[in-house]
Ligand binder design. Structure first.
Ligand code: PBG
Length: 327
């Protein structure tokens, strides 16, 4: 009797053997590319904490979207940086706002590319919060007034041609309010991707530099989820599905793989994960120092997010991963 009898290494000997028994795959079809758009023309301003990512004016954005599409990336998600911000975040729901103009231009130039609109007020409010501030309670974000503005934001994005709207604000009841608004205006075909389990995370730091959206006072803990909570995430996801979310998302990705895995087992709807700005910057910075192998680690992190249960991943590595998957 040879010892040991169990020899899993037999199936690890060559790449074709490993490929034969591989349990999870990563396809370019499962990547969504996040992009920042700002006013002006010919603007391509690098985001200091996210090397390789830029604030694009609409003209350059359209070219970047074309390049992503040429690589086989099926979708982009757009974030707007408006000309000016105000208390009520009016740039978010202006039919001619920066994101609405960008959506129109991208859909016109690259009609097959899916365009997702991020629905939130924080990039548009002068105070940097994701909703309007209550006059009565000290600095608190007012839930139900905010819902009206989010509904308008989603509608104007749908009218501009967004295929999917993605509320990322974490107000209570926003999915059903948005669904009702879209349906009432004959946009029943526009899907909702809900940032369902969105945690109050330090990993959003670089994004806030990119979007200039850091809260001017307080923080987002009164509306985003406590990183210590897992059961609560399942409740948030269940209620978003009940309210009409077509796709639900966990965010950030790598620090919350347990939540993703549980959600995959429990729910039967498409599941997305957002590998957020801080996750990108961490890998980019360590690689820049020569401490880790950038390509290897970005691919490992993406396959891990898929393995945990995400059907697709929003990632700043989208173009790079698409290129690597081609070879
Ligand atoms: C808007 C929004 C944020 C992100 C996506 N949508 C920022 C935040 O909640 O502060 C973060 C994405 C990232 O870090 O890449 N609310």
């Amino acid at each position: 009797m040879p010892f040991p009898t169990h020899r899993p290494r037999r199936l690890r000997r060559t790449e074709s053997l490993r490929g034969l028994v591989r349990e999870t795959t990563l396809s370019t079809k499962a990547l969504v590319y996040p992009l920042f758009v700002c006013p002006g023309t010919n603007v391509k301003a690098e985001i200091p904490s996210m090397p390789g990512h830029y604030r694009w004016s609409v003209d350059g954005l359209v070219e970047e979207c074309q390049a992503a599409h040429d690589l086989g990336i099926p979708a982009v998600i757009l974030f707007g940086i408006p000309e000016k911000k105000d208390e009520a975040g009016s740039g978010a729901y202006d039919p001619n706002g920066i994101v609405q103009r960008a959506i129109r231009a991208v859909k016109k130039a690259v009609p097959d590319l899916l365009v997702i609109g991020d629905v939130c007020l924080c990039e548009y409010t002068s105070h940097g919060h994701c909703g309007v501030i209550a006059r009565t309670r000290d600095g608190e974000v007012e839930n139900d007034l905010t819902l009206e503005l989010l509904a308008k934001t989603a509608l104007t994005q749908a009218q501009a041609g967004a295929d999917i709207v993605a509320p990322s604000d974490m107000m209570d009841g926003r999915v059903s309010r948005i669904r009702r608004e879209l349906d009432a205006h004959e946009f029943s075909g526009t899907a909702i991707l809900a940032y369902a389990a969105k945690y109050a995370s330090g990993f959003y730091g670089p994004f806030r530099e990119a979007a200039d959206s850091a809260p001017q006072f307080g923080d987002r803990r009164p509306y985003q989820m406590d990183p210590a909570n897992q059961r609560e995430a399942l409740k948030e996801i269940a209620s978003d599905i009940e309210e009409g979310a077509d796709i639900v998302m966990v965010k950030p990705a790598l620090p919350f793989l347990d939540v993703l895995a549980l959600a995959r087992r429990k729910f039967d709807v498409p599941l997305a994960a957002y590998q957020v700005s801080g996750e990108y910057s961490m890998i980019a910075a360590a690689a820049e120092k020569g401490w880790i192998d950038r390509e290897r680690i970005l691919m490992e992190s993406l396959i891990s997010i898929r393995r945990a249960g995400a059907d697709f991943v929003l990632t700043y590595f989208a173009k790079e991963a698409a290129r690597l998957l081609k070879c």
